[in-house]
Design a protein around this ligand. Structure first.
Ligand SMILES: C[S@@+](CC[C@H](N)C(=O)[O-])C[C@H]1O[C@@H](n2cnc3c(N)ncnc32)[C@H](O)[C@@H]1O
Length: 201
C-alpha cells in the first residue's frame, strides 16, 4: 500500500527517533514505543498541506512524539485539543487532576512549546472555528462510541489528501473498535498494537 509518509528507512531517521524516545517515555501516558514511532514518523515526513492535530492530549506523551517529529520536518504547528479537566474514561479509569499545567511544563522543558499549542476545549468546541487543513490527525479523546464517531466525522474531512489519520485504543475499547469496523472495513490500514492508521485519499 502507499503510505502518506516515507517509512523511516535510513539509519538517520531511526536514530533520530531513538534519541528522543527516552524523552517521550518520561511523559506519563499510554502510548507504546511502536505507536510513538509511527506518530513521530508521520509528523517528520508527511508533506501534505496543513498542521498537526491531536484530540486528547493529557500530559503530552503523544504531543511530544508529534512535536519532535514536526521539529525534524518543517516545524509545522501541533494543536493539542483537550479540556485538560478531571475525566472518567469509559474504562472507568479516573483522571483526577487537571493536566494543563503538567502538559505545558512538559512542552516547555522539552523545548517544544513553540511548536505544540494546547487548545483548552473539547473537540467539539475547538472544531466550531476550525478552518485549517490538517496533515496528521491523532484521535485519542473520549472513547465512547458516539464521541469518537463525532471526532472522526468532524475532523477527518479537514485532513488533506495524502495526510495521515491515527486512531488509538481500537482493540480494547468498544467505541473506537466499532468505529474502525464501520468506517475502515474497506480501507487499507496499518496497525500498531491497539492503534490504527490510514492515509486520506
Ligand atoms: C487517553 S487520554 C489521551 C492521552 C494522550 N494522547 C497521550 O498520549 O498521553 C484521553 C484524553 O482525552 C481528553 N478528552 C476527554 N473528552 C474530550 C473531548 N470531548 N475533547 C477532547 N479531549 C477530550 C481527556 O481529558 C484525556 O486527557
Amino acid at each position: 500500500m502507499t503510505l502518506g509518509y516515507q517509512e523511516a528507512d535510513g539509519i538517520g531517521d531511526s536514530m533520530m527517533f531513538n534519541e528522543v524516545w527516552p524523552l517521550i517515555d518520561k511523559v506519563d501516558g499510554w502510548l507504546i514505543e511502536s505507536q510513538a514511532r509511527a506518530l513521530f514518523n508521520a509528523a517528520s515526513t508527511c508533506k501534505s498541506p496543513g498542521v498537526i492535530v491531536e484530540i486528547g492530549a493529557y500530559k503530552g506523551r503523544s504531543a511530544t512524539a508529534l512535536g519532535f517529529g514536526s521539529q525534524s520536518n518543517d516545524n509545522t504547528m501541533v494543536f493539542s485539543i483537550d479540556p485538560f479537566k478531571p475525566f472518567t474514561a469509559c474504562s472507568g479509569m479516573h483522571i483526577r487532576h487537571d493536566s494543563y499545567d503538567v502538559f505545558c511544563h512538559n512542552m516547555t522543558r522539552l523545548w517544544l512549546n513553540e511548536i505544540v499549542n494546547p487548545i483548552r476545549a473539547t473537540s467539539e468546541e475547538a472544531h466550531k472555528d476550525w478552518t485549517r487543513p490538517i496533515r496528521v490527525l491523532f484521535i485519542d479523546g473520549d472513547h465512547r462510541y458516539e464521541m469518537v464517531k463525532k471526532d472522526y466525522e468532524m475532523w477527518v474531512p479537514h485532513v488533506s489528501k495524502g495526510g495521515m489519520v491515527f486512531l488509538h485504543d481500537t482493540d480494547y475499547f468498544e467505541g473506537p473498535k466499532q468505529l474502525v469496523r464501520e468506517k475502515l472495513a474497506d480501507v487499507a490500514v496499518e496497525r500498531y498494537n491497539n492503534m490504527v492508521s490510514f492515509v486520506k485519499e
